[in-house]
Design a protein around this ligand. Structure first.
Ligand code: ZN
Length: 312
């Protein structure tokens, strides 16, 4: 059984071309002009196609903000405009739209796809808020590790979506390691055994060290969507393995040495890896699949879970 289709669509940070002074105050991107309904309070101005969506997303943002702000990477909250873009899918993506060099993290606005799954929507909102409110001392963090920490914020915001995210990260990692995940399920009175593989690596996949050298500009240019999804899995697993205190220390050291980004070798050292570690390390992704993830997998395989294999 191959679950190659990306069920969790990637969360991406887009760099909008630098805007002229005339549009400096607004976050104009294709499709935004149709989002005429607006809801606002405290830090958020939410634009959507209809008032009900604007108000729902606004109240989700307000409910999730304290959890994001209490996260380890959060700086002071700033006002954010959020554009809710309808998509014909269960699981939409989110994007921080920045202006200029993405490394400068000059946030213009957040785009949230409005799919049908609300648990996932909460995850995406928290993930994007974690990027948007990242404290400046975390700037040297390699992009894939920032993605990992943003996923941890999503997980705190919606534990059910978090279990799915961990499951898919784990499946992608053990697939990259060349093995996959053994599963067993009873279907129509018959026992079915198999090996589940998710997201086979495409050509152009960077090495582990090169993944850590990517920045906000190069992050999405890695050979395809499966590779990009794998980068999220690697970033999550490494961020979780190394832990927030050590990552904070590495950021401080990079800043003290005037480096724009933590060198890949420091991260590899902290994870007790080397440049030769390669994909075999990814077998450790099996630790992401614990009891709740295994239960979720069983549900998904029986087509009862919130996520389906093979169709979105
Ligand atoms: Zn992200």
């Amino acid at each position: 059984m191959d679950a190659g289709r990306p069920l969790m669509r990637r969360l991406i940070v887009l760099a909008l071309a630098a805007c002229t002074a005339a549009c400096a105050a607004a976050c104009s991107a294709p499709g935004h002009e149709a989002l005429r309904a607006e809801a606002r309070s405290s830090w958020f101005t939410v634009h959507a196609l209809d008032r009900a969506t604007a108000e729902r997303v606004l109240s989700e943002c307000e409910a999730l903000a304290p959890s994001v702000l209490s996260g380890p990477t959060s700086g002071a909250p700033t006002s954010i405009e959020i554009f809710c873009v309808p998509v014909a899918a269960n699981y939409g993506e989110g994007r921080n739209l920045t202006v200029g060099d993405p490394e400068g993290r000059r946030l213009r606005c957040i785009e949230i796809d409005i799919g049908r799954d609300l648990a996932w929507e909460r995850f995406v909102i928290a993930h994007e808020l974690a990027h948007a409110w990242l404290a400046p001392e975390w700037n040297p963090l390699p992009q894939i590790l920032e993605e990992g920490l943003a996923d941890l914020a999503g997980e705190r915001a919606d534990p059910q979506a978090g279990v799915c995210r961990r499951l898919f990260h784990g499946l992608r990692l053990v697939t990259w390691a060349g093995i996959g995940w053994p599963y067993q399920i009873e279907r129509n009175g018959k026992q079915e055994l198999g090996m589940l593989r998710m997201g086979r690596a495409e050509s152009g996949l960077p090495t582990l060290a090169a993944m850590l050298e990517l920045d906000g500009t190069s992050y999405h240019d890695v050979g395809g969507e499966q590779n990009e999804n794998l980068l999220y899995a690697v970033g999550y697993a490494l961020a979780e393995q190394i832990g927030v205190p050590k990552l904070r220390e590495l950021c401080a050291r990079a800043l003290a040495e005037g480096l724009p980004q933590i060198p890949a070798d420091w991260v590899l050292d902290a994870a007790q890896l080397t440049r030769e570690s390669g994909s075999l390390w990814a077998l450790s992704g099996q630790r992401l699949i614990g009891e709740p993830e295994e239960r979720m997998l069983q549900q998904c395989l029986r087509d009862e879970g919130p996520f389906r294999f093979g169709k979105e």
